[in-house]
Design a protein around this ligand. Structure first.
Ligand code: AMP
Ligand code: MG
Length: 504
């Protein structure tokens, strides 16, 4: 690695944040100590002031000195930069050694509410896990993660957050030469299913125990004293993933690379690469250029979530029960429960989206399936269908706007009348139903064509105005924002984005 980053004198009183680095206190083989490689001419292009304040950080200092701090050129007192070791199944193939190849954890801070958060730079230079990579990131993917992770947060879905983006003043070499950038990510932690697999692949049960106890302490403290806590840990991670994936499906989100190294055990959405939101409803939708078989298609995500949980469970087998056969049986049950949980969560998400009240009816599942089938057959826009249906819940006059989303608007009537009959049996007034529906059916999602448009302007012309505008609109996804109606629209013919790229 090149010259070292400047270290400030460790005067904690002047520090804009107070680090407390618990991961760096784990055994040495869990990570490598490595400092960011300084960059030539960093410029702070985006700073998330509300997030900094929420975390109890000194937002004024971070904004003023953001170029130096968020590029890694200046290390703050108390920072103990590390790159974390992990492994992972990539598209089903096990890779025993991946690790943070272009990311460096600066340290952890404890928020005023007591929650611990990682602060990580992505694109900050090589680490012992870079393999052949340059350790860098390009501006496009950095801004993309910024937009999409903040949009997910505004949608109310657990996710890592975006604290800052800087340009480096240095090029990165991909298929073309691109402007370099560094992303600052905030996460509940960066521990992945693949972190467990790293030690399992080495037969290092003692490290798995240490990691599992650390994860329990940090993310599942209610299990700390529980009997059979390692099996319960699998169950708890599975429950959060099941809920998370149900939420993804509810907004048409396709992660794109659900490798086990991209699944956080905290239950947050992590690693926004070729992720995308679906426009027209089709469960087979795939955008990622590298997902040629559709392994990570929209509708496959629950199944892949379960597959990943099975990989997590495998790593914990020696801790689940001393008799291998017993351990496998117990773990299998936990893996089975994942799908049951997902079904429950998904039904709750979609019932709310359709405005169905608390009293479940047997017919509900069929009504849901019929709605999905209608959207699919009629090539309807997923997001707008639910949003316009929300309007129609209070006002019959809005029904034609829903029907107009279908290839054949006439096809809407039978399902609509069935739906009206069903919701009339709930005791909720129509206005309240419409309001509740609008609170779960966004008007605005990061439409691929709007994201691409913003990234193209930023990377080719240095024009960040579209990026800023998109962020602003997506900060209030459930409000109508008539001035920004164009952002709610699906792509016009010729505007569709057919493929997204991970850009690594
Ligand atoms: P990702 O596709 O971002 O989930 O990354 C998969 C693996 O490739 C991780 O181990 C990354 O650290 C590594 N990686 C991705 N891009 C780079 C890069 N430019 N330089 C070094 N390692 C990288
Ligand atoms: Mg990754």
């Amino acid at each position: 690695m090149n010259e070292a980053a400047t270290r400030l004198s460790p005067d904690a009183a002047q520090a804009p944040l107070a680090f407390d680095n618990s991961y760096a206190r784990l055994p040495a083989k869990f990570f490598a100590r490595v400092e960011p490689t300084p960059v030539a001419a960093p410029i702070l292009v985006k700073f998330n002031r509300p997030l900094a304040l929420e975390m109890g950080l000194d937002a004024d200092v971070l904004e003023r000195d953001g170029a130096a701090i968020f590029s890694g050129n200046r290390l703050l007192p108390g920072s103990e930069p590390i790159a974390i070791a992990y492994a992972g199944h990539q598209f089903g193939q096990f890779v025993p050694q991946l690790g943070d190849g272009r990311a460096i954890l600066l340290g952890e801070v404890v928020r005023p509410d007591g929650a611990r958060r990682d602060i990580q730079l992505k694109g900050s230079g090589q680490t012992p896990w870079s393999r052949r990579g340059d350790g860098r990131a390009a501006l496009g993917p950095v801004l993309r993660e910024y937009i999409v992770s903040e949009a997910m947060h505004a949608l109310g879905i657990p996710t890592t957050r975006a604290l800052a983006a800087v340009t480096t003043g240095q090029p990165v070499y991909r298929e073309t030469i691109l402007p370099g950038a560094i992303f600052t990510r905030v996460a509940a932690s960066h521990i992945r299913v693949g972190t467990f697999q790293y030690f399992a692949a080495r037969g290092d049960t003692e490290s798995i125990r240490i990691l599992a106890d650390y994860v329990i302490g940090r993310h599942y403290p209610e299990l700390a004293e529980a009997e059979g806590r390692y099996l319960k840990l699998v169950d708890a991670v599975a429950a959060r993933q099941a809920a998370l994936i149900a939420r993804w499906l509810g907004v048409g989100f396709i992660h794109g690379v659900m490798n086990t190294d991209n699944m956080a055990v905290s239950g947050e959405t992590i690693d926004f690469g070729p992720c995308a939101f679906m426009d027209t409803y089709d469960p087979r939708t795939v955008f990622s250029s590298i997902d040629q078989t559709g392994r990570y298609a929209y509708g496959n995500q629950p199944m892949i979530g379960q597959w990943n949980i099975a990989r997590l469970a495998e790593t914990l087998l020696p801790l689940i029960h001393e008799t291998p056969g017993e351990a496998v049986d117990l773990a299998n049950d936990a893996v089975t429960r994942f799908m049951e949980r997902f079904q429950e969560q998904w039904k709750a998400v979609i019932r709310a989206k359709l405005g169905l009240g608390e009293n479940e009816e047997d017919e509900d599942t069929d009504l849901i399936r019929a709605f999905l089938a209608l959207m699919h057959a009629q090539k309807a826009d997923f997001t707008l269908s639910f949003r316009r249906l929300s309007d129609a819940a209070a006002d019959d006059g809005a029904a034609p706007a829903f029907a107009a989303l279908l290839a054949d608007p006439q096809a809407a009537a039978p399902w609509l009348s069935r739906w009206r009959q069903r919701v009339s049996r709930d005791d909720r007034p129509a206005d309240a139903r419409a309001e509740a529906m609008r609170a779960v059916n966004p008007a605005f999602i990061p439409r691929n064509h709007k994201v691409e448009e913003a990234l193209t302007a930023a990377t080719t012309d240095g024009d960040l105005s579209l990026f800023e505008a998109l962020n602003d609109v997506l900060a209030s996804p459930y409000e109508d924002q008539p001035a920004f109606a164009a952002y709610a629209e699906p792509p016009k013919p010729g505007e569709e984005v057919l493929q997204t790229f991970c850009g690594t």
